[in-house]
Design a protein around this ligand. Sequence first.
Ligand code: SF4
Ligand code: SF4
Length: 195
Amino acid sequence: MAGPFGVLRGTKNTGVGLSTTLRSLLGRNITEQYPEVKHAVMPRFRGRHKLHLHANGLEKCVGCSLCAAACPADCIRVVAAENTDEHRVSAGERYAQVYEINMSRCIFCGYCEMACPFDAITLGNDWELADLNRDQMIYTKDALLADPPTKDAYGMNRRAVTRGDEGLDSPLPVWLEETVARETTQRRATDRGQT
Ligand code: SF4
Ligand code: SF4
């Protein structure tokens, strides 16, 4: 049973809570005129994903599936294929032939962005992602490479603001370059040993 100090502490906490409610009740009402006026999000807000290209037009994604492995919601599907001299899609040995994100499962944790060694996938600031059709919630590679649409299916204006490529073409950190180089060498040595 709570002693007198417990009762006092409970009363004080209840008072603090009620004062917050009263302040909100008596404060100024703020009505946001959505969708005409969009709510501004913080710069590090995590919204719709975007796949990025190098300045020369090649895709940054090399189909390594590290993002899919890191995703706790299991909503990324990557099918990799080999680049050839005649058909080069990415700067690496392989590229993502299929890259899909099931946005209806995504929890916007950003683990895919953190796992990607090439900054190929980032989460932008676009948050108008609702849809009436579940199939439309599976974003394909083409959709992810494109900028977010400026109008939705119902003709409403949509924010087209994404974080963009700002800072993403910066060189890889040295430790990461070394790791990628070491693993590539090891894999080639293993491949040679198997043939
Ligand atoms: S943000 Fe999180 S849940 Fe969404 S695709 Fe990336 S890793 Fe998966
Ligand atoms: S987005 Fe990044 S982590 Fe995911 S498959 Fe492409 S290169 Fe690998």
